[in-house]
Design a protein around this ligand. Structure first.
Ligand SMILES: Cc1ncc(COP(=O)(O)O)c(C=O)c1O
Length: 356
């Protein structure tokens, strides 16, 4: 960490916190934000002073590149409070590295660890009362970077804004979801930006997801360019359990390298699960669903941690997965183990949790 950068951080606090008016019992994910945000501008080839200031709208020129060419990336991570009031982040190094990989792919400047992780720690310290204790409570962290230079010229911006927002989150049992396997639309292409957490990947998903929802499904399982392999579930990585083996696709330039995915793989292996990282064919899953060996499908991502899937549609057929007792579900065993570790209610032999 470069202490000069942190020592010159400019802090402007709100006159009155809105925390007393916030309903921590009825939290809608990503809906409301804490009192402050962190900002930092990139100009003339370098990042400037870190600033923590009251959460407020950003003013940009209408011709700013982000509005026209979508030069925008983001991250999603969480922070937790232990019973003794210590606050912990989960694998922030992974989000920091992925943010810079996304930046490079979108022709944006990388940011240093002091501004990203050091700045985030300072912001969380200011907002420590917004992090609530207890399993299921967390503060969702949304770092993002946008192209701010004006001019409707289709070339990379020379000016950028880095910003971090914080939003209280509560994990609910969202219930199992029904998904539709994509056989026409794609979220990512070979050599495209699917592996980056780029804003455009999400807007590209909205329309096919809306069609799936109109047909009675919650999400789309994205496939590769030929629609022969299963790659992601909505905005989550995806796991398939055939008999007692868990399968998940290897990451590629079409798949986001999820922190939850890689953590579940390591955690599962440490629990003795048989996990295979290999391309998963649509036809393999159809066959397994028909012969009864397909036991579970679940998505994995920061927001929901694990989201169980109860059945899927492929073309005109619907395949329902078998009922299973909660204690037999790999999805729930893994979710339980990971959330306990994140909330410091279980040991962390991997050293994934980082104290603030
Ligand atoms: C497309 C996509 N895949 C997978 C994930 C899961 O990544 P992570 O576990 O790092 O949240 C996300 C983000 O939540 C995502 O947006």
């Amino acid at each position: 960490m470069d202490l000069d950068i942190l020592n010159t951080l400019k802090l402007t606090k709100v006159a009155t916190s809105k925390i007393d008016t916030f309903d921590f019992e009825n939290v809608k994910f990503g809906d409301k934000f804490t009192d402050h945000m962190l900002v930092c501008e990139y100009k003339n080839g370098s990042w400037g002073t870190l600033e923590i200031k009251p959460y407020a709208p950003i003013t940009l020129d209408p011709s700013a590149r982000v509005f026209h060419y979508g030069q925008a990336i983001f991250e999603g991570m969480k922070t937790y409070k232990e019973e003794n009031d210590d606050i912990w982040m989960f694998r922030p190094d992974q989000n920091f590295e992925r943010f810079n990989k996304s930046a490079i792919r979108l022709a944006m400047p990388a940011i240093d660890e002091t501004r990203f992780i050091g700045g985030l720690k300072e912001l969380i310290k200011v907002e420590k009362d917004w992090v609530r204790k207890g399993l299921g409570n967390s503060l969702y962290i949304r770092p993002f970077m946008i192209a701010t230079e004006s001019g409707v010229i289709a070339s990379p911006s020379n000016e950028f804004l880095f910003c971090i927002l914080l939003s209280p989150a509560k994990s609910y049992y969202a219930g199992k979801i029904k998904v539709q396997i994509a056989d026409y639309y794609s979220r990512a292409a070979n050599g495209g930006i699917g592996a980056a957490k780029a804003a455009g990947n999400y807007s590209a998903q909205f329309y096919p997801t809306k069609l799936a929802q109109e047909a009675g499904f919650n999400q789309v399982i994205w496939t590769d360019s030929n629609h022969t392999h299963l790659e992601e579930a909505g905005t989550m990585n995806v796991f398939f359990r055939i008999n007692d083996t868990l399968f998940t696709a290897p990451t590629s330039d079409r798949i986001l390298d999820g922190v939850t995915r890689k953590s579940l793989i390591e955690l599962g292996e440490s629990l003795g699960y048989d996990i295979k990282i290999e391309p998963v064919k649509v036809e393999t899953i159809l066959e397994a669903a028909k012969n009864g060996s397909l036991k579970e499908i679940f998505g994995a991502g920061t927001a929901a941690v694990v989201n169980q899937i109860e059945g899927f549609a492929y073309k005109d057929n619907y395949y329902q997965l078998p009922e299973m007792a909660d204690e037999d579900s790999y999805a729930l065993q893994l979710k339980n183990a990971l959330t306990k570790l994140q909330n410091k209610l279980a040991d962390d032999p991997f050293n994934w949790t980082v104290k603030i």
